[in-house]
Design a protein around this ligand. Structure first.
Ligand code: IPM
Ligand code: MG
Length: 379
């Protein structure tokens, strides 16, 4: 990978805690990053519910500008609905002005073309939350298109309805409905989008000696878009003869993964199926406290724990920061600092294995920061 180091010899990292426990887990992550001595400048960026309520934009332009300058970003979590009554009032005021909330992370993925959502799900030995010992799955989720394309109609305008009327088959449940009696969300997949995520999965398999890539789809029903995904995957797979290409329907893979998680390896899926199966895989290796995620593009990558902001735990420093710390490990790898990344992962594995310092989800009573400190102490 090209060196991403900036002119002053320091990495520039945007630090985007967001809301709720996003702040707690990033505080613990900082303890670990400080310990590995990454030569970096961390620049705080405003993002989240607070800015939506105050400014009508949860992802302000100044934060977008910050992301244009940095090498990578660490992101916490974001609240997406009112927690207090006063906020509910602000939100209805914003709605009155015609503003609707859109998830900043989804916008960020699209704006910066962070097409590769990488979600490793590894069961660290002696984690009491492991579904089975030895699970080591890696999910590649397409991150910018599919049902997340943002092409949606509710109500359906007359011109769109007219096109549908021409195209639709005899069985069209919406045929005689008024535009305000139904809604449409468009699933858009491009050949380029399918190709690059499948390639990312196969490249990863090749680099790390993985044996099998399972392509997840529903092409038997969703013929156009998932058909394109599957056909493209078959073409890409031809360039990687040493890696087994496996195909699975999204519904079936949910059962098979639970039945026999050890027979899967790398999985690749369009956006929404990837969102769903990555939660399933994460739950098998400890749940939200272990689910880490990289949103990777050509120029920028944003790393995050996959969990939400858990407003009821905000500021209590109770939740497990390991997902966020593992996301920081992914960031180190992406920056080309693999030795530091490996040191972080080894320290996480040791702390999990010893089982002396644990947050409540793992049956312990330690705080978020104590986990960060225990992991840092192993480095
Ligand atoms: C995820 C989350 C997001 C998604 C939400 C918060 C918009 O579930 O990162 O998996 O749907 O992508
Ligand atoms: Mg999700």
């Amino acid at each position: 990978m090209d060196s991403k180091i900036n002119k002053n010899g320091k990495y520039l990292i945007a630090w985007l805690p967001g809301d709720g426990v996003g702040v707690d887990v990033l505080d613990a992550t900082k303890i670990v990053l400080d310990k590995v001595n990454l030569n970096a400048e961390y620049i705080h960026g405003d993002i989240g519910w607070e800015f939506w309520c105050k400014e009508g934009d949860a992802f302000p332009v100044r934060t977008i500008d910050l992301l244009k300058k940095v090498d990578a970003a660490m992101f916490g979590a974001i609240t997406s609905k009112p927690v207090k009554t006063a906020e509910a009032e602000l939100v209805s005021e914003l709605k009155g002005k015609g503003l609707t909330y859109r998830s900043p992370i989804v916008r960020m993925r699209q704006l910066f073309d962070l097409y590769d959502c990488l979600r490793p799900c590894k069961g660290y030995p002696n984690n009491p939350l492991n579904y089975k010992e030895g699970i080591d799955l890696v999910v590649f989720r397409e991150n910018t298109e599919d049902l997340y394309a943002g092409v949606e109609f509710n109500p359906v305008p007359a011109n769109v309805a007219a096109v549908l009327a021409q195209e639709s088959k005899p069985f069209a449940p919406f045929k005689d409905l008024r535009g305000d009696e139904y809604a449409i969300s468009v699933k858009v997949n491009t050949r380029k989008g399918c190709e690059r995520i499948v390639r990312a999965a196969f490249d990863f398999a090749r680099k790390f000696g993985r044996k099998k890539v399972t392509v997840v789809h529903k092409a038997n029903v969703v013929r156009a878009t998932d058909g394109l995904f599957l056909d493209t995957a078959r073409e890409v797979a031809r360039g990687y003869p040493e890696i087994q290409m496996d195909e699975a329907n999204v519904d079936a893979i949910c059962m098979w993964l639970l039945k026999n998680p050890l027979s899967y390896d790398v999985l690749v899926a369009p956006n929404l199926y990837g969102d769903i199966i990555s939660d399933l895989c994460a739950q098998m290796v400890g749940g939200l406290g272990f689910a880490c995620s990289g949103n990777i593009g050509e120029k920028l990558a944003v790393f995050e724990p996959s969990h939400g902001s858990a407003p009821k735990y905000a500021g209590l420093y109770k939740v497990n920061p390991i997902a966020s710390i593992l996301a920081a490990k992914m960031m180190l790898d992406w920056l080309g600092e693999e030795l530091k990344g490996a040191a972080v992962e080894k320290a996480v594995a040791e702390v999990v294995k010893e089982g002396k310092v644990r947050t409540y989800d793992m049956g312990g009573s330690n705080t978020t920061l104590e986990i960060g400190e225990a992991i840092a102490a192993k480095i």
